[in-house]
Design a protein around this ligand. Structure first.
Ligand code: ATP
Ligand code: MG
Ligand code: MG
Ligand code: MG
Length: 569
């Protein structure tokens, strides 16, 4: 392609809300433009990158034997009522009505649609297994769309759904998908970790996340430097269900020993735990408790051993923005977060509840201000309360796999695979006949890749202060031929000759043949956009030389013009 013919509106302006490099460079490099909160349009370069990633995903999925299909972006709400997710999905699910007043949703994921597709069409174990996937637009009305393509409301996802006659066969496909995903991220040139995303005691069957390692990642993961062990912080933190003995504990402090056996460690550990990013886990565990255990009220114990420590713990719990973080979900679930201090069940229970929902649940928020305390509640009188102790994993703890010392690191969730079991097939009455002619619900797996999030993730992992640095597999073009002064016929002609030569070798090349732009401007576009290589056709041309620049190192090398294609290869 020729720069002069392409629409690549680069700019020096950084949008105010663009804090992440990927967000800044995608906008400044003319890849995408924003049309609304969490909604982006892809300009030519953005579209090329998106399609390249999509192609890698498609090739690896096809290689695994999965079949590509396409579900409607719009699905009738009735399907979601069948599965029960019309109520549990919350406000991330965007609903709307058509002119006849019928209800629809914009697909945030497609379990219902795929069950609907397979139901009554696959009727025998002989037709199993099958894995159906699509690469299609999703919409999630995220509470906080931000970071550009990283957390959009409209985004592109590859979602796959597999159907099996047994849990063993599901496990086989799950492992195949793990390998397929590893192939995808490796081909894209990314440094990633596969982490355990099981929620431990709170339930959910096998689930793994694929984390692209980057400091800006929203997820904290626990990894072992000596082996492959990795877990997201939610999975690493075990939430232990506890059933307090009210007779024993209401007025008497629990002994230190009992606290230890119930999982919490020393107060230092508790407050360290709360002041680190492990705090995320509390939110996640709470959320899971609400959804997976269908609990109305969840109480977490955070224990301190004196008033000061208790206050610290209070502050930490508040600082978690427990309620704020999941405001909508909590409103729907009626979740109450609470804790108690020093070694006892309480007298002194503080409930942390959002202002807006206090009327609904009849409690007040803000644990540390006088009038905001809700104290003296006898928890044993509350109905449907579930209690959890959180057991933290600290940096430096011993890895159970190999004895290495665990570390925290940051990651971007770029994919997630899940053994669903029969949750959806049962709810939607989708069955097959087994070897004995008996009707059984399908065993299902589901597998997602954040295709558009990956566009941003590549940059998060590969950039410098000047701009993006695409990996070879994701670059919009591998080579940018910069014609220093395109008004000079000899330079332009030499540039075009190299361009044709490289194209003939199937090297994806763009030529910056713009007559109105100066060399410096073209160079900064090259650095900002992040093509892996530039070939500068300029002053040295008269001696038969051009310059090759490696975007990663910005090192320059003078090369004889007729040796260019050999070097690029
Ligand atoms: P997150 O924890 O980041 O909200 P999720 O766990 O809700 O993601 P999944 O339901 O597992 O997401 O969806 C599969 C994949 O889709 C994710 O691993 C992620 O890569 C991508 N994805 C999810 N939400 C978004 C979003 N708002 N914008 C872009 N990509 C997304
Ligand atoms: Mg999400
Ligand atoms: Mg997630
Ligand atoms: Mg996920």
């Amino acid at each position: 392609m020729k720069f002069s013919q392409m629409f690549i509106p680069t700019t020096k302006e950084t949008p105010n809300d663009a804090t992440l490099p990927s967000h800044q460079f995608l906008i400044r490099g003319g890849f995408v433009c924003q049309t609304g909160a969490g909604i982006y349009d892809y300009m030519p370069l953005g579209k090329i990158v998106l399609d390249k990633i999509r192609k890698v995903v498609k090739e690896e999925m096809d290689k695994s034997g999965a079949n590509e299909v396409q579900f409607g972006f719009v699905t009738p709400l009735s399907l979601w009522e069948e599965s029960g997710r019309a109520t549990t999905m919350g406000t991330e699910l965007l609903r709307f009505k058509d002119r006849k007043n019928a209800d629809f949703v914009l697909s945030p994921t497609n379990e219902e649609a795929v069950v609907n597709m397979v139901k009554n069409r696959i009727t025998s174990y002989k037709d199993l297994p099958v894995n159906l996937y699509q690469i299609n637009t999703k919409f999630r009305d995220e509470a906080r769309p931000r970071f550009g393509l990283m957390r959009g409301r409209e985004f592109l996802m590859k979602d796959a759904y597999s159907f099996h006659s047994s849990a063993e066969d599901l496990k086989r496909e799950f492992d195949l998908m793990e390998q397929t995903y590893k192939n995808v991220y490796t081909r894209l040139g990314l440094d990633f970790r596969v982490v355990d995303a099981d929620s431990g005691a709170i339930g959910g069957s096998g689930s793994k996340e694929f984390m692209v390692l980057a400091d800006s990642g929203e997820d904290t993961i626990v990894v072992c430097p000596d082996c492959e062990y990795g877990a997201n912080i939610e999975a690493a933190t075990r939430a232990k269900r506890v059933v307090p003995n009210w007779q024993e504990t209401t007025n008497t402090p629990i002994s230190q020993e009992k606290v230890l056996t119930e999982g919490m460690k020393t107060i230092e550990e508790v407050s360290n735990f709360l002041s680190t990013s492990q705090a995320q886990s509390i939110k996640a565990v709470m959320k899971k408790a609400v959804y997976e255990e269908n609990t109305e009220i969840v109480v977490f114990f955070v224990r301190g051993n004196d008033e000061l420590e208790e206050t610290k713990a209070c502050n930490a719990v508040n600082a978690l923005e427990l309620v704020d973080a999941n405001e909508d979900e909590i409103k729907e679930a009626g979740l109450v977060a609470g804790y108690c201090g020093p070694f006892g069940l309480p007298e002194n229970i503080n409930f942390v509840v959002d202002e807006e929902i206090k009327d609904e649940v009849g409690l007040v928020c803000g644990a540390n201000e006088e009038d905001y305390h809700f104290t003296g509640t006898d928890l044993s009188t509350l109905k449907d309360v579930k209690y959890f102790d959180l057991i933290a994993v600290q940096e430096g703890d011993t890895c159970s796999c190999c004895g290495g010392k665990l570390q925290y690191t940051k990651g971007i969730e770029a994919g997630h695979i899940f053994q669903l079991g029969s949750k959806y097939s049962e709810a939607m009455d989708a069955t097959f006949l087994d070897e004995n002619g008996k009707a059984k619900p399908f065993e299902m797996g589901c597998y997602g890749i954040g295709v558009s999030r990956l566009v941003a993730a590549v940059i998060e992992q590969n950039h410098d202060e000047k701009g993006a640095i695409w990996t070879k597999e994701t670059a919009p073009f591998l080579v940018d031929i910069i014609v220093s002064n395109a008004k000079k016929d000899d330079e332009l002609e030499a540039g075009l000759k190299i361009y044709e030569d490289l194209k003939a070798l199937n090297i994806e090349t763009i030529i910056d043949d713009r007559k109105k732009e100066r060399f410096g401007f073209k160079m900064s576009d090259f650095e900002l956009i992040g093509f892996p290589y530039a070939i500068v056709v300029g002053k040295k041309l008269k001696d038969g030389f051009v310059e090759i620049i490696d975007r990663m190192t910005l090192e320059k090398e003078e090369v004889e013009i007729n040796r260019v294609s050999q070097i690029i290869f």
